[in-house]
Design a protein around this ligand. Structure first.
Ligand code: FAD
Length: 580
């Protein structure tokens, strides 16, 4: 059997390696149009930053090493220019030898990946404007930095955009980040993303949101002026376009394979936009396309969204690698099934880590899925052990308790928490199940009640009615006279700033002052709040025990202020503002 694989990086090489392990006799040919196979594209921003100093460390294999270890026939600078499904052959352009040839296949695998979106902005072809997808792309960025570039504009605040922002800052450049969506990192809800935006500001990055580039105008000498839609001009030696990717499916389209109608829709996760109607390759659970002799894997393909069951495109390395394994299994006669994709992703932004799995609250709203959201801010490890820092968590779950998504931002422990949430979502677990999870604990690593357990406790309390929450959203719909705002922090904390109209009774005094609170409430529900949501929960239970209707602020003032940072608060109803 001859297996021909188009594309020699994540999905393609996974397919090739697994196929060899399953079939020692198969002839496996990998055709890669670039200079490198099996390179670490996820490592590129860290090479630009010089954290990965040696270029060679990104090149995990060579055609020679793959020949020696796996008996693969890997051909670089070999571009597949056409597929003929009838004769089961591909046309290959050998750029090294400058000739073309036809290659027959028994099984063909398309692992052509994605291509960066380059919007048709005037001047976008200027040599100072770049994308980052390949090792040569990173070479060019490094060369420009080493040639003395001082300023950079990064367009797009998705995962790659943020990684490059940090890389440029590490190399000493002045950096401005421009994002069309109202907040950075559109894969997260705005209240979580605002924590990331603050971290960018702390590290000297100028962040402009809700705005786009409209032109790149050459400057005298080198570099460009980036003209924004509001007329602002930003001078930049380097511009990096990080507005997302689209499936590289030209070949598949030309050979008549079925493509999804709206393949680019989930790219909105990355760039915050609903993009043009661009199809991804439609595959079944075995990664087989509409042609029985052609499989497809990775960024070029359509996946099933694990939360909605709808078709989606999720351009991430994990799914691409796993799909390669599934395709090889199928080609070699083992029928395994690709799992729906949750879009679990993580990014380091200076001293913070931000991560997400499943759907955001915004995406659930868009999909019309009713859900609860809880926010919490537990420490990453026991607070009495030195060095504990807060993890900010947002967890989305259905009215039946099923976990639908989670986001985490913090200095430490974010990665393991998001992976537990991802595992829980895959297992179809509920918030009550999280409360009962037995997780590793010693003071330097976690708490006896881990943040995951805490999320489960809160969720279970919401579901069984032990806890009623109110949130920043409610302030937009309810007028101040309909409820009593009760701030249960200490008097000293209250004096540093509070919601206008709030009455302060510390939670420790509440039992003694219940009749006073009841009198002020005059039958209105009491909206309790504190800094993080814990003391207000205690107060809410005291009030409930006394027969006083109340609700506790989800995530406390920390979440409320992150949902509506100062600039936004200024435009919101007066009573949302903190006064002191
Ligand atoms: P690719 O790995 O892109 O491979 C496709 C290959 O096909 C390319 O080498 C291309 O040259 C070749 N090809 C295309 N057309 C042809 C043709 N006609 N003939 C021959 N060859 C062809 N994902 C994460 O999960 N975590 C991360 O931290 C992360 N960081 C990233 C950072 C950067 C800078 C980039 C660019 C991507 C990052 N990703 C990350 C995404 C991840 O790299 C991709 O999801 C993954 O590589 C997709 O694998 P693939 O095999 O589908 O495509």
């Amino acid at each position: 059997m001859r297996i021909v694989i188009v594309g020699g990086v994540a999905g393609g090489m996974s397919t090739a390696a697994r196929a060899r392990r399953l079939d020692e006799s198969a002839e496996i040919i990998v055709l890669e149009r670039g200079d490198d196979v099996s390179f670490a594209n996820c490592g590129l921003p860290y090479h630009v930053a010089d954290e990965i100093e040696r270029r060679s460390d990104l090149l995990l294999h060579t055609p020679e090493s793959l020949k020696a270890s796996l008996g693969l026939d890997v051909r670089i600078r070999s571009e597949v220019t056409a597929i003929d499904p009838q004769s089961r052959s591909v046309m290959v352009r050998d750029h090294l030898k400058g000739l073309s040839y036809t290659l027959a296949y028994d099984a063909l695998v398309l692992a052509t990946g994605a291509e960066p979106i380059v919007p048709p902005i005037a001047g976008v072809e200027h040599p100072a404007v770049h994308t980052l997808r390949t090792v040569p792309d990173a070479d060019v960025l490094r060369a420009q930095i080493e040639d003395g570039a001082k300023s950079a504009v990064v367009i797009g605040a998705g995962f790659i955009g943020l990684e490059v922002v940090e890389a440029f800052r590490r190399r000493g450049l002045e950096v401005t980040l421009v994002e069309l969506a109202p907040a950075v990192l559109p894969a997260l809800d705005a209240d979580m993303a605002n924590l990331v935006e603050s971290e960018l500001g702390r590290n000297g990055v100028t962040v402009l949101t809700g705005i786009a580039a409209s032109a790149f105008e050459p400057r005298d000498g080198s570099g460009v002026d980036v003209v924004l839609t509001d007329g602002q001009r930003l001078s930049a030696d380097i511009v990096l376009m990080g507005v997302g990717v689209r499936p590289a499916t030209g070949l598949a389209r030309e050979c008549g394979l079925e493509l999804s109608e709206r393949g680019a829709i989930v790219l909105a996760r990355e760039c915050g936009l609903e993009l043009s109607e661009r199809g991804a390759i439609v595959v079944d659970e075995q990664q087989r396309t509409s042609d029985p002799h052609i499989w497809a894997v990775g960024d070029a393909t359509q996946v099933v969204d694990a939360i909605t069951g709808a078709p989606a495109v999720v351009p991430l390395a994990g799914p691409a690698n796993r799909q390669g394994r599934i395709a090889a299994n199928s080609i070699c006669g083992r029928e395994t099934a690709a799992q729906p994709v949750m879009g679990t992703a993580i990014v380091r932004v200076f001293d913070l880590t931000a991560a997400v799995t499943g759907h955001t609250s915004r995406a659930l709203d868009r999909a019309g899925i009713a859900h609860h959201v809880v926010h919490l801010h537990p420490n990453d490890h026991a607070s009495y052990y030195p060095g504990a820092t807060a993890i900010h968590l947002a967890v989305m779950f259905g009215y039946d308790g099923r976990i639908l998504g989670a986001q985490a931002v913090g200095a430490a422990g974010v990665d393991k928490r998001i992976d537990v949430f991802a595992t829980a979502i895959r297992a179809g677990m509920s918030m009550g199940d999280l409360a009962e999870l037995e997780l590793a604990y010693a003071p330097p690593f976690g708490s006896a009640k881990d943040p995951i357990n805490m999320a489960g406790f809160i969720g279970a309390n919401v579901l069984d009615g032990t806890l009623t929450l109110w949130s920043a959203r409610d302030l937009e719909t309810v007028t101040g006279s309909d409820y009593l705002l009760l701030d249960v922090r200490s008097a000293a904390e209250f004096a540093t700033g509070h919601l206008p109209g709030a009455v302060n009774v510390a939670h420790t005094d509440l039992r003694d002052r219940l009749s006073e609170v009841q009198k002020i409430a005059r039958g209105r529900p009491v909206w309790v709040h504190c800094a993080s949501g814990f003391r207000s929960y205690l107060a809410h239970r005291i009030l409930t025990g006394a027969g006083i209707a109340s609700a506790s602020l989800d995530g406390g003032l920390q979440t409320l202020l992150a949902s509506a940072p100062e600039a936004v608060i200024a435009d919101m109803p007066k009573h949302v503002r903190l006064v002191s």
